[in-house]
Design a protein around this ligand. Structure first.
Ligand code: ADP
Ligand code: MG
Length: 455
C-alpha cells in the first residue's frame, strides 16, 4: 500500500488528538501542543515546534512515546525528527517587559538528555587549548572536573576577561564528558539562555518541567553568569537550582567576567555560594602564551607565517585571544586573495585597523597588566593596600608609567590604584625618577616596559 504525504498528515491529526490522553494534561499544555506536522520524507516524519527548548525537551522525554504512537498506526515509519520553526507569536514572547530579550539564534545543549551537542563548538576542545602560565590553573581544574568520576569541587567558578578562553574550557568539559563511557546528564548553556528558558516556562506554565530538567542533571554549566546581574527573579530561580544540585552533590561549573565577590548586581547569598567550591581566574595573556597560541593556530589552519610576523603579532595584539585569531584569519584571507608571501609589511598593511584599535587601548588597566606581568605580581596587588616591597615597587612603576603614557591626572591615577591619594602617585613618580639613576636593574625594567608599552 502506498502512503502519501497527505495520508501521513492525516495520520498526524489522529495522533496529535491522542497526545493529551497519552502523555497527560501537563505535558500536553507545556510542550506537545506545539508540535506541528512539517514533512514526510519517506521513512522519516518531520515535526516542528517553535523553540529549541521545546524541541530538546520533547526529544529527551517524549520522542520514544510519540514514535511508538506512529508505529501503531503506520509500520513503515522508522524515525521522527523535530525541527525548530520560529513563529511570529513566539517572537513576541521574547519581548517581555521586565528583563531584556535574549539574543536570537541562541542554542542550548542538553547533552545526555537528548544526546544533543548542537550548542557546542567542535573546535573548543582540550586538545585545541594552548596552556601557559595565565591559564594553567583553569585548564587543570577544567580537566579535573571533566575526567574525574567523583565531584571534587562544586561549583567550579572560572573567571577572566573577554576572549581569554572561558567558553572554550567549558565546551571542552562538555565534549570530554560526552566522550566518556559513563553517560552523565550534562547541560551547558549561557546565563542568558537560562533566563530565556525560565521566562518561557513561566509563560507556558511549565515550571515543573523546567525544574525537573535543571534539577536532574549530573553536570550543569552556566556561562557568563554576570548576565544575571540585576535580574532578580532569574537569580532567585537559579539560586534554587544551584542549591538543589549542590545538595545532591552534583557538579556545577560557572563562568563570569569577574570574581564572585566583584559581581555587582548579584545577590550576596549567591556570590558567597559561588565561592564554595573552587574559584580560578584566567589571567590576561602573556607574550609567551600569545606566541604559543599563534604558532599552534597557524599550524592548525595550515598557513606558513614567518617568525618575525608571529612575534610582531604577539607583541602588538595584546587584548585577547579572539583578536589574535582575527588577525590570523585576516592574514590568511589576504594571502589567499592577493597571493604573495606573508611579510611583516604586508601584515602591517592588512591589520592596520586592528593594530590601531590595540594601540588606542593603552589604558591604566593595560599598563597595570603589563607592569604586573613584568614583575610577576598580580593586578589585584596593585590595587591592594599591601606595602611589601615586592608589591609596592611594581605599583610605583605602574603609576609612573600611567603618568607618562596616559593623560590622566595624579588624582585619577591614584583612584585606579585602590583609591590612593594624588600625593601618593606624585611621590611614586618622584621615587622612580630617582631610582632610574641609582638602580641599574630598575632602570632596565623601565626601559623594557617602555618598549613594550610604546610598541
Ligand atoms: P571567553 O569565553 O573567555 O570570552 P572564548 O572561550 O570564547 O573566550 O575564547 C575566544 C577565542 O579564543 C575562542 O576562539 C577560543 O578558542 C580562543 N582561545 C582562548 N584561549 C585559548 C587558548 N588558551 N588556546 C587556544 N585558543 C584559545
Ligand atoms: Mg565566553
Amino acid at each position: 500500500m502506498k502512503t502519501t504525504t497527505t495520508n501521513k498528515e492525516q495520520l498526524w491529526t489522529d495522533i496529535s488528538s491522542r497526545l493529551q490522553d497519552v502523555f497527560g494534561d501537563h505535558a500536553y499544555r507545556g510542550w506537545l501542543r506545539f508540535l506541528e506536522f512539517e514533512q514526510d520524507t519517506g521513512a522519516k516524519i518531520i515535526l516542528s515546534v517553535p523553540t529549541a527548548f521545546i524541541r530538546d525537551l520533547i526529544k529527551s522525554k517524549y520522542l520514544d512515546g510519540i514514535q511508538s504512537l506512529w508505529q501503531d498506526v503506520c509500520k513503515d515509519i522508522q524515525a521522527i525528527d523535530i525541527i525548530v520553526k520560529e513563529k511570529d507569536q513566539d517572537k513576541e514572547d521574547t519581548q517581555q517587559p521586565v528583563q531584556q530579550a535574549p539574543a536570537s539564534g541562541s542554542k542550548i545543549s542538553l547533552e545526555g538528555l537528548s544526546g544533543n551537542t548542537d550548542g557546542l563548538d567542535p573546535r573548543f576542545t582540550f586538545d585545541n587549548f594552548v596552556v601557559g602560565k595565565p591559564n594553567e590553573l583553569a585548564y587543570a581544574a577544567a580537566l579535573r572536573v571533566a575526567e574525574s568520576e567523583k565531584v571534587n569541587f562544586s561549583p567550579l567558578f572560572l573567571y577572566g576577561g573577554v576572549g581569554l578562553g572561558k567558553t572554550h574550557l567549558m565546551h571542552a568539559i562538555a565534549w570530554q564528558l560526552h566522550n566518556m563511557p559513563q553517560k552523565r546528564r550534562v547541560i551547558y548553556l549561557s546565563a542568558e539562555q537560562f533566563m530565556d528558558y525560565y521566562i518561557r516556562s513561566l509563560r507556558h506554565k511549565t515550571m515543573i518541567d523546567f525544574r525537573d530538567m535543571f534539577r536532574n542533571v549530573d553536570v550543569l554549566m552556566v556561562d557568563d553568569i554576570q548576565f544575571m546581574s540585576g535580574k532578580d527573579s532569574t537569580q532567585e530561580e537559579f539560586f534554587h537550582t544551584f542549591n538543589a544540585l549542590i545538595d545532591q552533590k552534583k557538579q556545577i561549573i560557572l563562568s563570569a567576567d569577574k570574581s564572585p565577590s566583584d559581581l555587582t548586581g548579584i545577590q550576596e547569598r549567591m556570590r558567597s555560594r559561588f565561592g564554595w567550591g573552587l574559584v580560578v581566574d584566567i589571567h590576561p595573556t602573556t607574550y609567551e602564551l600569545r606566541l604559543g597560541i599563534l604558532q599552534t593556530k597557524a599550524e592548525r589552519i595550515d598557513i606558513d607565517i614567518p617568525n618575525d610576523v608571529i612575534e610582531f603579532l604577539a607583541h602588538k595584539i595584546t587584548s585577547n585571544v579572539r583578536e589574535l585569531e582575527g588577525a590570523l584569519n585576516k592574514i590568511r584571507a589576504r594571502a589567499m586573495l592577493i597571493g604573495g608571501p606573508i611579510t611583516l609589511e604586508a601584515t602591517k598593511e592588512a591589520l592596520k585597523d586592528l593594530l590601531r584599535a590595540n594601540e588606542r587601548l593603552l589604558t591604566v588597566d593595560e599598563i597595570q597588566r603589563q607592569v604586573a606581568e613584568h614583575f610577576n605580581t598580580r593586578i589585584s596587588d596593585m590595587k591592594s593596600s599591601k606595602r611589601l616591597r615586592s608589591v609596592a615597587r611594581p605599583r610605583q612603576v605602574a603609576m609612573y608609567m600611567c603618568k607618562n603614557f596616559t593623560s590622566k591626572s595624579w588624582a585619577a591615577i591614584g583612584e585606579e590604584f585602590g583609591g590612593r591619594d594624588h600625593s601618593t602617585v606624585m611621590h611614586a613618580c618622584k621615587k622612580i625618577e630617582e631610582l632610574k639613576l641609582s638602580d641599574p636593574d630598575l632602570n632596565e625594567d623601565i626601559h623594557i616596559l617602555e618598549r613594550i608599552l610604546s610598541a
